[in-house]
Design a protein around this ligand. Structure first.
Ligand code: FEO
Length: 322
């Protein structure tokens, strides 16, 4: 059992019942209690050590601990004779690709699902991706095939998924994309953001925008994925119940946990009678890698002067990230 999370271990109870308990379960020491906590069948455990080799038939399995990819008990298996790395959650991706192998599908179309998977599933532990990559390199393990439990198996070019994992674990920007996220209750923030988008288009900037309004709730996981590789963020937020608008508040909590490299933020904020949202946002991000580049705040709807300030601030933001 590489990993106890039920998408990996969920069938073990049935398998052991079919085998009448005659098999050993090989697992990380941490996995023993976790498995016992989830399943009622009795187990015969055999704890594997990091680097241990195990012969079965004409194959040699080398077990390598891969802590926090995605739980502390996770390990991966390298088949020495074939150069195949059975990598569990690591090197996986979301989506249901049209093929099983990397040579059967459009990799460019698949990689954004890998980015979303990394950030949403192991983003908080992305340091451990780097550690695992270093470990493989230091052990001179360069798999010919990488077979994760989720998504494509890489047999043509495993280097693609290794390199992409490194880029995303480090949250390195891919191009000059600006990610915009905003809420709007009365259309005031939206008016400013619509203007912002028009300005970005005039300047030929690549952007992606997400919103939380009465008509649309964007996917938090999509937003996090698009923050991971952006160059800068534009956040539009309104004051709600003497605080940040709740979805933006929640998003910021996850963003700080899952994205290790901060991005500059242009803050656009509307308030009724007190500038609460911007104050709370600054407080929330004060001890993080995310820094407020500039902020534009207005009472109610943005005036033409406010829109002019947005134009000027966007120009400065773009100059700062180029
Ligand atoms: Fe951590 Fe695929 O589960």
């Amino acid at each position: 059992v590489h990993h106890v999370e039920p998408d990996h271990s969920g069938s073990i109870q049935r398998i052991l019942e079919v085998c009448n308990g005659s098999v050993e379960v090989l697992c990380h020491p941490f996995a023993v209690k976790l498995l016992q906590s989830l399943y009622t069948v009795s187990f015969k455990f055999r704890v594997v050590k990091d680097g241990e080799e195990f012969s079965i038939g004409d194959k040699t399995l080398k077990f390598l601990y891969a802590p926090w990819l995605h739980w502390p008990e996770t390990f991966i298996t390298y088949i020495l004779e074939d150069g195949v790395l059975i990598s569990c959650d690591a090197f996986g991706g979301f989506s249901i690709p049209k093929g099983i192998f990397d040579d059967e599908v459009d990799i460019t179309g698949y990689l954004p699902y890998v980015r979303k998977y990394i950030i949403d599933i192991i983003g908080q532990n992305s340091d451990y991706i780097i550690k695992a990559l270093d470990k493989l390199r230091n052990m001179n393990i360069h798999p010919k095939v990488i077979a994760p439990a989720h998504g494509l198996v890489f047999r043509k070019n495993p280097g693609i998924i290794v390199n992409y994992y490194e880029i995303i674990a480090k949250c390195l920007p891919e191009g000059d994309k600006i990610t915009i996220v905003y809420d709007s209750m009365y259309g005031s923030v939206e008016k400013a953001i619509v203007h912002t988008i028009k300005r970005l288009e005039e300047l030929g900037m690549k952007y992606i925008a997400f919103k939380f309004t009465d008509l649309q709730h964007s996917s938090i996981s999509e937003i996090l994925s698009e923050i991971a590789d952006c160059k800068a963020l534009i956040i539009g937020v309104s004051t709600y119940e003497n605080d940040l608008f709740p979805y933006i508040d929640y998003l910021l909590d996850l963003m700080v946990k899952k994205i290790r490299i901060g991005k500059p933020i242009l803050l656009i904020s509307s308030y009724g009678w007190s500038r609460i949202a911007s104050v709370k946002l600054r407080e929330k991000l004060s001890e993080t890698n995310f820094k407020i580049f500039e902020s534009i705040e207005f009472q109610g709807q943005p005036s033409s002067t406010d829109l002019q300030k947005i134009d000027e601030s966007i120009t400065r933001l773009i100059n700062s990230i180029k």
